[in-house]
Write a protein that binds this ligand. Sequence first.
Ligand code: OFO
Length: 171
Amino acid sequence: MSIRPKLAEAVNNQIQLEFQSAYLYLSMSAWFTQNNLPGCAHWMHLQWQEETQHALKLFKFLHDRGGNVVLQALAAPNEQYSTALDVFKSVQAHEELITSAINDLYEVAIQEKDLPLQVVLQWFINEQVEEESQVGEIVDQFTMIGSDGPSVYLLDRQLASRTATSGSSTN
Ligand code: OFO
């Protein structure tokens, strides 16, 4: 059954948010490179890839359901950060916003009795739990070490070991 226009519009809005997240994380990756934290830059670069895959997952879903993809404008990301902690706190706030958007979309899918959309969104709901937990841990670690240079260096090296997860697949 084709997706209803109201839901297609809501999914397009979520595609915009996922690309906006990707764009934000790419700008953060640049900030970290420019501030000599290559591990954090790598972490953000992978996050950019993951968010792009999220957008493409919904992009494919919309086409599979006979909906039209309508790409929307992206806003220029804020680049005024002073510390790594600052950046990761922004990620945390942003992900909480995205979680609310996904939850709202899920509620609309329930009201409209669109089961396939509910199923695809369940993947996103789990993903948000994982992302919020991961970033919360990094915020706690940067908070704990404060401005101690050697500890920041070690944490940056640890973040350099992040690898892409299979959860970022579009399938
Ligand atoms: Fe798309 O997972 Fe976060 O935003």
